[in-house]
Design a protein around this ligand. Sequence first.
Ligand SMILES: [Zn+2]
Length: 343
Amino acid sequence: MPLVPMRTLLDHAAENDYGVAAFNVNNMEQIQAIMTAATETESPVIVQASRGARGYSDDNYLRHLMLAAVELNPQLPIAMHQDHGNSPATCMSAINMGFTSVMMDGSLEEDGKSPASWDYNVSVTREVVNAAHAKGVTVEAELGCLGGIEDGHGAGLSGEEAMAHLTDPEEAGQFVKETGCDALAVAIGTSHGAYKFTKKPSGQVLRMDVIREIHKRMPDCHIVMHGSSSVPRELIDIINQYGGEIPETYGVPVEDIQEGIKHGVRKINVDTDNRLAMTGAVRKALMEKPAEFDLRYYLKPARAAMADVVRARMISFGQAGHASKVPMQTLDEMKRVYDLATA
Ligand SMILES: [Zn+2]
């Protein structure tokens, strides 16, 4: 079974009222952690790579690792997604590398930092949709701007500034109509990275009502939540217990994500929680046995700690148990679906 279009997974999730976590990867251990958890929970899989990850791993290493994941797990539908493409060229290079889904983030200009105009966003997104759909590849777009920075991408907005760049539900409808994107990332007050909120978020700073409003207007639109790590206290505690210095911080509670899934959220991006889990496990291992220098001694527990987080999210978001029920669709089959829709 080759990599499948992400749209196939999101459509099945929408028909069956669940969400699918999208986990960022940079190396073999992270891919293995995701596949272990997916096999155990029988979950469909979205693996995503940022531009930073593609640079770090070299596209070719990443592609072959993903092909190994597919080869070893033929029973699982797996989509590979470009996270935060900053230009049509980035998206096209991902498609040429075999990614089955791309995000064209035209909410920011090509520098990945400056909030962009409506016209720019519509134009670059439309361009990527035309090219991607011609190959059966899925397109995620973004309207509104999130706080924080991830892998060098983001406007670096503070929590308050991000509140001024929330997605407008009325504009969202117009944007999806004009671009033809498959999924829409929305800004609801969350930030990338570990420092999302300084206390447990209330409805004033985590605007789940924006999601409900968008879903009411566009029940068929697949909504994507970015910056949706939960930043669990226990993961921070392990890091700090073994010499780390992570200040007090709060993420997006899993219950809020589950509420979003009831209102059209189909893809949930999780990266920070996995980073925290792996870093904590590495710190613990190295501090417990300072004389140890075998890489496997600390990477094995790191990989297992990430698998624990991934497994928990797969169960909480409802994707567990669905792997075998997702209709297997190739990029060619999806291309014909798009062709028919535009004919
Ligand atoms: Zn993001």
